[in-house]
Design a protein around this ligand. Sequence first.
Ligand code: NAD
Length: 297
Amino acid sequence: MTAIAFIGLGNMGGPMAANLLKAGHQVNVFDLSQEALSVLAQQGATACQSAQQCVTNADVVVTMLPAGKHVEFCYLSQKGIIHTMKPGALAIDSSTIDKATAVKVATALKEKGIEFVDAPVSGGVAGAAAGTLSFMVGGSEQEFGRARPVLEAMGKNIFHAGGHGAGQVAKVCNNMLLSILMAGTAEALQLGINNDLDPKVLSEIMLKSSGRNWTLELYNPCPGVQENVPSSNDYQGGFMVDLMAKDLGLAMDCALQSQSTTPMGALSRNLFSLHANQGNGTLDFSSIFKMYEKEGK
Ligand code: NAD
């Protein structure tokens, strides 16, 4: 049993903290939302009234916050947890943020004798609830080894991507590719539909041909082709367009900083931002399919 502090009990953090409790850890929790706090308290966590209080006795701190500015504020501000964490403790940040902030937080914590890994996740809210998330971890071998047993209570695949920030880079590379595959699959299916092909038949053909990819196999964007996917449920549930647009913004920052050429990623970022700006931000990202729709088809 490890004394764990968990900060950020939203769609992802709530079920992740619940899985740590189920694994028998002692978990202190904090969120700005009292409602989120009481849900976890009902499951056996100790609700705290500040982030600083939450981490005081923790051997491991897990944060699951919206974006880089929240992570920096939570760790490094005047009321940040850096001032009350125990020397020798380990911090695990599972938020999806920019590499620079992850490295900044890691460096500041190191000066206080506190270890850090960035450990963003893939698998969404369903994976968080089922405890089957994939973690992409950035940190030293020693830090990775220490984080691993804690992460195993919340996920299935735990990857060591490299040093601090490497987890965040792996995450944005994966999501940039996913967005390109989804937009390309939607485009190909609509081209077939506009030429009188049945999208079910076309999907079957492409699945057995060289266009096969994860979105066709498990997440077809055309309504009615597959059951139990967001496209067959009015694009509800799944992974929101707003979150994909956020991750693509991070991918573009990453490309800029490393002077990488990412023309497909840039196009994909623009497509998903436009789609979000047209009022589709809370739909699943496979709804990009609708952007290619031709009237009367
Ligand atoms: P969310 O908005 O549902 O939850 C964030 C929580 O953080 C909220 O409960 C909010 O009150 C809390 N919070 C914000 N600032 C705080 C502070 N200073 N102190 C304490 N609590 C604070 O977001 P989410 O969907 O749980 O996503 C969390 C992170 O995981 C994001 O970085 C997101 O990109 C990433 N992610 C999300 C998904 C997904 O499908 N939702 C999938 C993979 C990765």
